[in-house]
Design a protein around this ligand. Structure first.
Ligand code: COA
Length: 319
């Protein structure tokens, strides 16, 4: 059995901060940000929380599927920014959508989280353990960045996306995942409770990033893992309809497409509108593609995520 996507949903906060707004806070410009990243704006939470956004995305996915929430057996929420340590975001979502029979837990692999959660759900389904699984990626990066650091605050935004998987007979899902803890210092966050942390240690706790190291890592590892999954599936690059990559930076996606010698039109992007929403980028993009009618049954979709850890993962499935 494989987990077929029977519903997608997403939520982004209505409050928008464009590059000109950022230029009033840090020494930057719309031109610099667009040229180096492709980002034009980001949606930022005001009253919303990570769990709230996750719940709204989940409600939309469930509504689209037509499946009764009581049939959902498992909820996995990929997030590194849930508002409280526990209860986990997945249990908050369970409450929001009324999935009374579901088990729920969170997974944290930063920006790679959604692809790993998706693969985990597929493993449960192919093992016959669960039939109906909700997978969410949700993050409030605006709570984690230092708004005085122009090297990082320009890159991120807030949002959530969800897919509902239902067990069906079908083409297997092929997947791969890797980590390199030895290079973890390239992208770190000491605590998501930065005010408490500051009080105790006197240290600031924000996202720290060696941008060039992360850039080089992504450009090398994303094409590698895509090739690895294709080899497992005994398929070629030409057979893939869409490569849905983590939306961190336009230049990373363009470089990956170039290394794979694949037309950039097969690499959909929405980071101009939302920036990097960490675990949420892949499911938000999938939801947009689904709702605008770009996805047709039988198409081959390759997901690929990368981020802190360092971690990277990919998944190949038939829509
Ligand atoms: N606006 C204007 N100038 C900026 C700036 C900003 N927002 N951020 C950095 N700069 C400056 C730097 O201070 C530096 O100035 P200097 O030459 O006077 O020292 C110059 O621009 C070049 O900085 P550099 O860091 O070399 O730029 P870059 O081309 O590597 O681009 C990133 C920076 C962050 C956009 C790029 O490294 C990147 O996208 N990396 C990947 C990050 C990522 O995707 N992380 C998440 C992964 S999940």
């Amino acid at each position: 059995m494989v987990g077929k996507i029977c519903g997608t949903g997403s939520y982004v906060p209505p409050h928008v901060m464009d590059n000109d707004d950022l230029a009033k806070i840090v020494d930057t410009s719309d031109e610099w940000i667009r040229e180096r990243t492709g980002i034009g704006k980001r949606h930022i939470i005001e009253e919303e929380t990570t769990s709230y956004m996750a719940g709204q995305a989940a409600l939309r996915a469930v509504e689209q599927s037509g499946i009764d929430p009581s049939e959902i057996e498992l909820i996995i929420a990929a997030t590194s920014s849930s508002d409280v340590v526990f209860p986990c975001a997945a249990c908050e979502v369970q409450k929001t959508i009324g999935a009374v029979h579901a088990a729920g837990y969170d997974m944290n692999a930063a920006c790679t989280g959604f692809v790993l959660a998706f693969n985990t759900a597929q493993a449960y389904i192919s093992a016959g353990i669960y039939k109906t699984v909700l997978v969410i990626g949700a993050d409030s990066m605006s709570n984690l960045v230092d708004w005085n650091d122009r090297g990082t605050c320009i890159l991120f935004g807030d949002g959530a996306g969800a897919v509902l998987l239902r067990a069906e007979e079908g083409t297997p899902v092929y997947m791969a995942a890797h980590s390199d803890g030895g290079k973890g210092q390239a992208l770190t966050l000491q605590s998501r409770h930065r005010k408490d942390w500051d009080k105790e240690s006197g240290e600031e706790s924000y996202i720290y990033m060696d941008g060039q190291a992360v850039f080089k890592f992504a450009v090398r590892k994303v094409p590698e893992i895509i090739e690895e999954v294709l080899e497992k599936a005994e398929m070629s690059l030409e057979q893939i309809d869409y490569f849905v990559l983590h939306q961190a930076n336009r230049r990373i996606i363009e470089a990956a497409a170039k290394r794979l010698k694949t037309d950039i039109t097969k690499f959909p992007m929405n980071l101009e509108e939302y920036a990097n929403t960490s675990a949420a980028t892949v499911p938000i993009l999938l939801d947009e593609m689904n709702r605008e009618g770009s996805l047709k049954r039988g198409q081959k979709i390759m997901l690929a995520g990368f981020g802190a850890g360092l971690t990277w993962a990919a998944s190949l499935f038939e829509w």
